[in-house]
Design a protein around this ligand. Sequence first.
Ligand code: HEM
Ligand SMILES: CC(C)=CCC/C(C)=C/CC/C(C)=C/COP(=O)(O)OP(=O)(O)O
Length: 305
Amino acid sequence: MSATASLQLPTDWRDFYSLTKPRVMSLVIFTGLCGLLAAPGTIHPVLGFTAILCIAVGAGGAAALNQWWEADLDAGMKRTAARPLPAGRMDRTSARDFGVGLSVASVLVMGLAVGWLAGLLLAVSIVYYAVVYTIWLKPRTPQNIVIGGGAGAFPPLIGWVAVTGHITAMPLLLFAIIFMWTPPHFWALAMFVKSDYAKVGIPMMPVVAGEQSTRRQILIYAALLVPVALAPWLIGGTGAIYGISALVLSLAFLALSVKVGLRRTGAADRMKPEKRLFAFSVVYLFTLFAALVVDHQASLQGWLQ
Ligand code: HEM
Ligand SMILES: CC(C)=CCC/C(C)=C/CC/C(C)=C/COP(=O)(O)OP(=O)(O)O
């Protein structure tokens, strides 16, 4: 029997709110905001606020569609079993309609109020997460999050384009940073929730390729992230505040990844290095994007001259 077909408990607004994965999406929204604030040029504050609201609403809509599609899988995993659908507090149709409604509204408002390139990029990222990653790649290949990670890399590009109206090297580099960051971010977590994914048959890397191979691949992506994170500085798109922050943060991220990448066992210490790397991955991206904005403000105000 479907895990979601049992007795329906009352739904309240908190269930709709949690369907948007607010904690995860906080960093998605923050990177979008930083893309907007670090872009050259200006945007009217009301339009800037609208653009960020559209990224938040679109990301929330995509997250709702992800849970609509995965309700039965979520029911089988300890980490996700208490979500509104598997816990029986919401029916699937409501989740689907909520997800479609938020997604369509966010793209239309972005297109009409801010610009159609930003609207198009938002639409692509929603479809990328809800369809390409969730429906197509996730159940099929252990490379799901490498390719699917592209979805989460869009927000700074969208924020930037909301201001400038076109795509240049800098926002593409911001995209590339999140793209390279996603595999270590997610595989570090997947190492300690591996049994959950194995139970429901999702071919995440540690399940399919094993822990040793996943550790090596975490290390490879973390090493690639160092030059990619430095690239905005190296091409002259930022100043030294960003450059030095990127260097320090990326070397710290690499050092934690080396600890994970070079070890042979994991069970005895309950995956402490992997847990540390996962926690730091979130701090890393928040701080790196904050440094980008501080650097941009510093150059506008002439603080370092
Ligand atoms: C395909 C790519 C990604 C996958 C599969 C993934 C997966 C996950 C999972 C399973 C969690 C555990 C939290 C939970 O169960 O709610 C998590 C946490 C988190 N993710 Fe990701 N993630 C990805 C990309 C991203 C991106 C692009 C961002 C932001 C730019 C992000 C930001 C976060 C944050 C902030 C947390 C911590 C949330 C908390 O404190 O509870 N993730 N991620
Ligand atoms: C603007 C826009 C549409 C942004 C989308 C951003 C995006 C793709 C973020 C990915 C983060 C995320 C919630 C991954 C969860 O993976 P999962 O869904 O496999 O995790 P689960 O097992 O917790 O459901």
